[in-house]
Design a protein around this ligand. Structure first.
Ligand code: GDL
Length: 450
């Protein structure tokens, strides 16, 4: 163990995204990777496991319980802490004793299956209190803390020292500033929530490209404990066409001493998280030397071994170029950025200057196009299904641009067209029509189109 790491530092994976939960087979793969990269905690919180959230009052059937038990045992066999989360906040009646009893019963079922560590999550819920809750507690924070403390204390009696995690309703700086959860929500939580309970925080934003020491220090005062980071850097549930395989980055190394842990809510597609978790592990275990790009390139070498092909192999340098196109939410990797800039310079140049600028675009574009086309031949069919829809649009754009390049080369003034990119089927559909009506600006505002 590296010197900086306290043994109780939680680091690992949250299955905490919207969308289809992972299969048991995928979870086993995830846990194998976690074990080999010394990621010590797996938090079970898939938003769309009905019994995790919308139907939180219903016990698991015996078949479902067997699957969960397998998962708990798979964690235990690898020395990974299994944390089970429930999200009762969509409709919980905090002042009703029966709802608290139901909550205890649900967690007890999981405890009987071998679970020991638990979480209650109050993220993404309506910010309105029932009249009865308001008159009993006065505030959202008090209602949630009352229930959470009660559950925590009864579990501590059964499993002393077990970890307990809590996700507040405002869980990032932007929500805090907007006053979500009511006045002084976080201050109240800091004062009322049992000091043994960890509090999740995603950073200044839901998806935080950067997390600074200053940000966390102010929060620690308010919460009266360092936060536990719920890191959405690589989450992609909010955009079905993207995924992120860039390096874990944007966090200084000192942050590790200022938080109770870092749990990572990743891409929905389990096989696409190889590089995110390998680089998270590099960050968590780094001594003093840590460079995200170096960590990324090393992780890409490891991931490349999984790209065995039944057709033409994808070269490592082409995989890096492809990975650079699906890097991080607010940044492309350097090679993707260079390709984009070369395309822009070539297309914007005066007709007489275009030819000289073409090679800088055409060479990487052709490599990228071929790498996208080769995804279909991957022997690892799980990886193929995870990647095929995501890389399709990129290949379409490369095809179109390369077609245009050939036409311009023959006739600089030619009217550009492609028989494979026709109105309606190409870039068509309701969503893209709607997107054309409001233009997002760099400052976050929107301008209606004319
Ligand atoms: C969220 C959700 C999370 C989701 C993520 C990215 C938290 C605490 N909750 O707000 O389930 O995957 O955004 O869309 O982050």
């Amino acid at each position: 163990m590296v010197m900086h790491m306290k043994t109780d530092f939680l680091t690992g994976v949250i299955e905490g995204f919207y969308g289809t939960p992972w299969t048991l087979g995928e979870r086993h793969m995830v846990l194998d990777w976690m074990q080999s990269w010394k990621l010590n905690t797996y938090l079970y919180a898939p938003k769309d496991d009905l019994k995790q959230r919308v139907s939180w009052r219903e016990d698991y059937s015996s078949g479902e319980a067997a699957v969960l038990k397998d998962l708990i045992q798979a964690c235990q066999a690898r020395g990974i802490r299994f944390v089970y989360a429930l999200s009762p906040g969509l409709d919980m009646a905090y002042a009703q004793a029966s709802d608290l009893e139901t909550l205890q019963r649900r967690l007890e079922q999981v405890r009987q299956l071998g679970g020991r560590d638990f979480a209650l999550l109050f993220d993404d819920i309506p910010d309105v209190m029932r009249a009865e809750d308001r008159s009993t507690y006065g505030s959202f924070a008090k209602a949630q803390c009352h229930v959470t403390n009660a559950v925590y204390r009864s579990l501590q009696e059964k499993s002393p020292g077990a970890r307990f995690l809590f996700c507040p309703t405002p869980y990032c700086g932007r929500m805090q500033q907007a006053g979500l959860g009511g006045e002084d929500y976080l201050g109240q939580v800091g004062r009322i929530l049992d000091p043994g309970i960890e509090i999740f925080w995603t950073g200044p934003e839901i998806i935080s490209s950067h997390l600074s020491m200053g940000h966390v220090e102010g929060l620690t005062q308010l919460l009266r404990r360092p936060p536990l980071i719920w890191d959405n850097l690589h989450a992609n549930d909010y955009d079905g066409r993207r995924f992120y395989c860039g390096p874990y980055s944007g966090r200084p190394l000192e942050l590790r001493q200022a938080v109770r842990g870092i749990l990572h809510n990743p891409n929905n597609e389990a096989p696409l998280n190889y590089v995110p978790w390998k680089t998270l592990s590099d960050y968590v275990h780094a001594d003093t030397d840590w460079d995200p790009r170096t960590s990324y390139l090393r992780a890409m070498e490891g991931w490349h071994a999984r790209f065995e092909s039944a057709g033409s192999p994808i070269a490592l340098e082409d995989l890096v170029l492809l990975g650079d196109c699906f890097y991080l939410p607010e940044a492309e990797g350097s090679q993707a950025q260079a390709l984009h800039d070369a395309a822009r310079d070539w297309l914007r140049a005066a007709p007489g200057d275009r030819q000289a600028l073409l090679p800088a675009f055409r060479e990487p574009a052709a490599r990228l196009r071929n790498a996208c086309a080769e995804i279909v031949h991957l022997k690892d069919r799980g990886l193929f299904s995870a990647l095929s829809r995501k890389t399709w649009d990129l290949r379409e754009e490369m095809d179109l641009m390369l077609t245009c390049a050939s036409q311009m080369e023959k006739d600089p003034g030619a009217r550009l067209h492609s028989d494979y990119h026709l109105p309606g089927t190409y870039r068509g559909g309701m969503v893209s029509k709607l997107q054309g009506l409001l233009h997002p600006q760099a400052d976050g505002s929107f301008i209606p189109s004319r």
